[in-house]
Design a protein around this ligand. Structure first.
Ligand SMILES: C[S@@+](CC[C@H](N)C(=O)[O-])C[C@H]1O[C@@H](n2cnc3c(N)ncnc32)[C@H](O)[C@@H]1O
Length: 214
């Protein structure tokens, strides 16, 4: 469920941070899981939905059919650690907040999918204000779908202090603000042109009538 740009970011992070062990919160249809299985040593994938058990077919993937909160508690109790966690389960602000806080305890790098979806971004912003660590929420830009902003990738590094440059942290980058303006503009356009649609329909009818008359 990722765009080409998002996949490239994921691939770049896996390589640059040499991620061998990955925790995936949100299996969905397993598209990302199959790919992770191919590129990493081991993957744990979590989803409420029973389809997560299809991942048993992948030799290096352990599926957990349960809530992400329960899984995060269980993994922390087992003292499991991951090079990377992909946060892509519940997209409401509360779920994102608790998934990020939980994943930050057991993973070195967090990738957040759909960070351009406003509730997801809100939850992530609340989380980094508590973690006070390096983050950038505009690594891959989101897009406009079904009248809402979706997609995009954000990164959080829980072990890197917020002031540890070279890259400065960013939660409300230019891309996000630009996209928000685009959404407003598109909503405005969707509302405005009813008269225009009607006008072109009338024109088409006049054209047809004229053709019939000839
Ligand atoms: C967007 S899909 C994941 C897509 C997948 N990461 C991919 O890229 O192919 C989100 C999934 O999260 C699961 N989910 C939502 N809330 C959850 C929760 N609280 N605990 C566990 N899974 C959850 C849903 O069942 C859904 O399958």
């Amino acid at each position: 469920m990722m765009s080409l740009e998002e996949r490239l970011v994921l691939s770049g992070v896996l390589t640059a941070a040499d991620c061998r062990t990955v925790l995936e919160l949100g299996y969905g249809e397993g598209g990302c899981t199959r790919w992770l299985s191919h590129h990493c040593d081991s993957v744990v994938t979590v989803d409420l939905d029973a389809s997560v058990n299809n991942a048993f077919a992948l030799w290096n993937v352990v599926p957990m059919q349960m809530t992400t909160q329960r899984a995060l508690e269980q993994l922390a109790k087992q003292e499991d650690r991951f090079d990377l966690a992909i946060v892509d389960a519940g997209h409401d602000a509360d779920s994102v907040l608790s998934d990020v806080l939980g994943a930050a305890k057991i993973a070195n790098v967090l990738l957040l999918h759909d960070i351009f979806y406003p509730p997801t971004r809100r939850g992530a912003m609340q989380a980094v204000s508590q973690l006070n660590c390096w983050h950038n929420f505009d690594v891959a830009t989101g897009y406009f779908k079904d009248d809402v902003l979706w997609g995009g990738i954000g990164i959080i590094c829980p072990n890197l202090a917020v002031d540890d440059e070279p890259l400065s942290s960013s939660t409300l980058g230019n891309d996000y603000i630009r996209r928000l303006f685009e959404v407003r503009k598109q909503r405005h356009l969707f509302k405005a042109p009813k008269w225009l649609v009607r006008f072109t329909q009338l024109l088409a009818k006049v054209w047809d009538d004229a053709s019939d008359a000839r």
